[in-house]
Write a protein that binds this ligand. Structure first.
Ligand SMILES: Cc1cc2nc3c(=O)[nH]c(=O)nc-3n(C[C@H](O)[C@H](O)[C@H](O)COP(=O)(O)OP(=O)(O)OC[C@H]3O[C@@H](n4cnc5c(N)ncnc54)[C@H](O)[C@@H]3O)c2cc1C
Length: 341
């Protein structure tokens, strides 16, 4: 049986980046993911800084395909204050609306091009052995590796068992839908739309596929109510003024509602002896922060450094604590502005 230097569990952006950088540095790497071709995925705004980081590490970013589009700016109504910014005025350049399937696929291709092996399977169990780890998959394949990177997103299959208690904000659910394509007169390079409300907040945009997307972020109680009565989601959308004004919401009328956990949470320890967690498996942000992909890029790069022995687990954990503390403070100030309205 092949013994790899590193097994990367999960091949979203964080895992694919870690696998690509480790393979480029000459390590033998395998990455394992059951679902490399996902359908609609929410989470497609890539901050300009993340695009810059990808470029600096010679990884495929938004400029690698015409399918990804620069975002013109943000229109938001938050805490009773309506604002509109223009991305052209930002020193770091615009954020990007990604074709998320293509973005994830291009990072996985970078990993295989660098020599990483890909296994299409779900990891069922990870067991520590005297010389490393044994990774059991649902494809009947059992992999051996000296070190493991947990990049399984919010599932955090290793970080949830080894990373200590999760630090968690109030539970939040994103209820979202993607509508029929808009006509060619509406620019797909639209602005990002944000609207707060009594029991949650709305996000809206037009995807590069020209399809409108809208998401309501709310409590678990309200989500249960909307699961029972999906018309309630549409009624709430109609009252979200910024979305009603800028998004062709009628195209969402027949769309299927999807429910996704959107709670801000982190493990207390993101790395240890022979393992490291990155991306959402280490810290998952409230989507309001729009930092999930930046975090996936940064920690994918940093996890490669930990797995290669260039950064100690303690240094990595200290950095993750700093990021979490900063995020919690910033989030609290945003919520306070809303409460003051
Ligand atoms: C509603 C919502 C909106 C968001 N919007 C934005 C946004 O606009 N901008 C932004 O930057 N971020 C956004 N995010 C966050 C962003 O989507 C995530 O932070 C990002 O996808 C994390 O990347 P990742 O690689 O860590 O995990 P993921 O992209 O979740 O990838 C994890 C991978 O692990 C695999 N996996 C899971 N379990 C196993 C297993 N047992 N075995 C093997 N593989 C497994 C999965 O198949 C998947 O491919 C949003 C999140 C939500 C919930």
């Amino acid at each position: 049986m092949t013994q790899y230097d590193v097994a990367v569990l999960g091949a979203g952006p964080a895992g694919a980046i870690a696998a690509a950088l480790l393979a480029r540095a000459g390590h033998s790497v395998v990455f394992v993911d059951p679902d490399p071709r996902q359908g609609d995925r929410i989470g497609e705004t890539l901050p300009a800084f993340a695009a810059d980081l990808l470029e600096r590490h010679a990884l495929p970013g938004p400029l690698s395909s015409d399918a990804h589009l620069p975002i013109r700016g943000v229109v938001s109504d938050w805490g009773g204050m309506r604002t509109q910014d223009d991305a052209l005025m930002r020193p770091g350049g615009p954020d990007w609306r990604l074709d998320r399937g293509l973005f994830d696929a291009s990072l996985r291709a970078a990993a295989t091009d660098a020599g990483a092996s890909s296994v299409i399977a779900k990891v069922n169990a990870v067991t520590r052995k005297p010389d490393g780890w044994c990774i059991a998959t649902d494809a009947g394949v059992c992999l051996r590796a000296r070190r493991v990177v947990d990049a399984t997103g919010r599932r955090g299959i290793l970080s949830r068992s080894l990373g200590g208690a999760r630090r968690q904000q109030s539970r939040q659910v994103a209820i979202w839908a993607v509508g029929d394509p808009v006509g060619t007169k509406i620019a797909a390079t639209s602005r990002t739309l944000i609207q707060d409300g009594v029991d949650g907040w709305w996000y809206g945009a037009i995807l590069p596929s020209r399809r409108p997307v809208a998401a309501f972020h709310t409590t678990t109680g309200q989500a249960t109510q909307m699961r029972r009565d999906p018309a309630e989601w549409h009624r709430s959308l109609a009252k979200a003024a910024v979305l009603a004004e800028h998004l062709p919401t009628a195209l969402l009328s027949g769309a299927e509602l999807k429910f996704t956990d959107a709670t801000g949470e982190a493990c207390t320890k993101a790395a240890g002896d022979g393992w490291v967690a990155c991306g959402d498996a280490a810290i998952a942000f409230d989507p309001l922060a729009s930092q999930g992909l930046l975090n996936a890029v940064r920690t994918g790069i940093a996890a490669a450094d930990v797995a290669a022995g260039r950064v100690t687990p303690a240094q990595y954990c200290a950095e993750m604590d700093r990021v979490w503390d900063h995020y919690v403070r910033h989030h609290a100030s945003l919520m306070a502005r809303r409460a003051l309205a």
